[in-house]
Design a binder for this molecule. Structure first.
Ligand code: GLY
Length: 373
């Protein structure tokens, strides 16, 4: 089934190269992707999908399209277009770092190191966190760290490996530690965000941006935690991160309904109108594939995680993918971007498509994506 799903997805990606031209997909509205000129936080996912398709198939058409996206990311860096946020890791890990991993292109490596430096500027010494959005004095977002940032840390860990400059590693480790301390709660659920006093660095409290309430568990935030902590473990070997990933994964999997795909927030009331977030589930599937590689063969949670990972993936392919819809632009239906803000509450999300493809390719051919070399 995985092979068939991949073949089907690759045809759609090729059709989309024609459809999208040099623009980038973000989320869809009524099944049609909104496109932009590489100025959103999501643009790396499209580039990553093209690199995955090239690695899987060896088809030059994907490589050509992927290289063109990296040129676009180069221009974005030169002109500093919408880079004042922490999502630099999502943007450049899956575009220029992917190119470096796939074809050892030195220019792509340099561009990725530049991106790591841009991310480093978001480190706030007072409070010790990477500020997610906006400039330091931003009235709404100053003082805010968020759980999603865990997926941006591989860029810093990688920059440390490449350069030997320990500052990158230290910031990544501190951010992962602070995320464990302030974003993961005692019952293994999570806050989406945590706020510090910008002047004193004093920790103020957990809050949400995209979740149901400040104290709720936003499903995608929990998913970023599962995958992000296991990647922090891969880079550092610190068992605390592995343990945190396992605990967050167990919490996520316990909340799943009968079809093994998450509702958008685990604290939201459930009725027939409650939205799913298929993207959260596919992030967790990809994260579990990584996590399983690090677990001891005797770990009592191993078999259960593996079984649930396969049940979720099977359900995503059978019940949420567009396998039977040849004209569809997206791969995975029923993602939710920002339900409370009424932004794409039930549609395609380009990151959902990316992680779906990454998970499938990891399962089928061991192609692992671009978070580490
Ligand atoms: N990182 C933003 C989101 O997950 O929607």
């Amino acid at each position: 089934m995985w092979k068939q799903a991949i073949e089907n997805a690759m045809i759609k990606v090729k059709n989309n190269v024609e459809r999208f031209g040099d623009r980038f997909p973000h989320v869809s509205v009524n099944g049609k992707y909104e496109l932009n000129n590489n100025e959103d936080w999501t643009n790396g996912f499209w580039s990553g999908m093209l690199w995955l398709c090239y690695q899987y198939s060896g088809d030059e058409a994907y490589r050509e399209a992927a290289r063109l996206t990296v040129q676009s990311f180069k221009r974005r860096m030169e002109q500093h277009i919408v880079l004042d946020h922490h999502d630099i890791g999502f943007l450049y890990s899956l575009s220029s770092k992917a190119q470096w991993i796939v074809e050892r292109d030195e220019e792509a490596r340099q561009l990725t190191l530049q991106a790591a430096d841009v991310l480093m500027r978001r480190w706030r010494e007072k409070g010790q966190y990477i500020q997610a959005w906006g400039l330091p004095d931003d009235p709404q977002h100053g003082g805010r760290m968020i759980i999603d940032c865990l997926l941006n840390l591989p860029l810093l860990f990688w920059a440390y490996e490449q350069t030997g400059d320990d500052r990158y590693r230290q910031v990544a480790v501190r951010q992962a530690d602070q995320s464990r301390r302030y974003l993961v709660r005692g019952d293994d659920s999570s806050y989406h965000t945590f706020v510090f006093n910008t002047e004193t660095g004093e920790p103020l409290g957990g809050a949400t941006h995209q979740g149901y309430t400040n104290g709720s568990t936003w499903a995608r935030g929990q998913a970023w935690g599962v995958y992000g902590f296991t990647l922090a473990y891969r880079y550092t070997g610190d068992k605390l991160y592995l343990d945190t990933s396992k605990r967050m994964a167990a919490y996520f999997l316990e909340q799943l309904p009968e079809d093994h795909v998450a509702y958008w927030d685990f604290s939201a009331p459930i009725d027939t109108a409650t939205y799913r977030d298929s993207s959260a589930s596919t992030i967790v599937v990809a994260g579990l594939i990584e996590l399983l590689e690090h677990m001891d063969a005797e770990d009592p949670q191993l078999a259960g995680f593996e079984e649930k990972m396969k049940l979720s993936m099977t359900s995503l392919v059978q019940n949420y993918s567009t396998m039977d819809e040849p004209e569809a632009e997206g791969l995975l239906k029923h993602g939710s971007y920002y339900v409370r803000g009424n932004l794409a509450p039930d549609d395609f999300m380009i990151w959902g498509d990316y992680y779906y493809l990454e998970a499938l390719m990891r399962m089928d051919k061991g192609i692992k994506g671009y978070w580490y070399e």
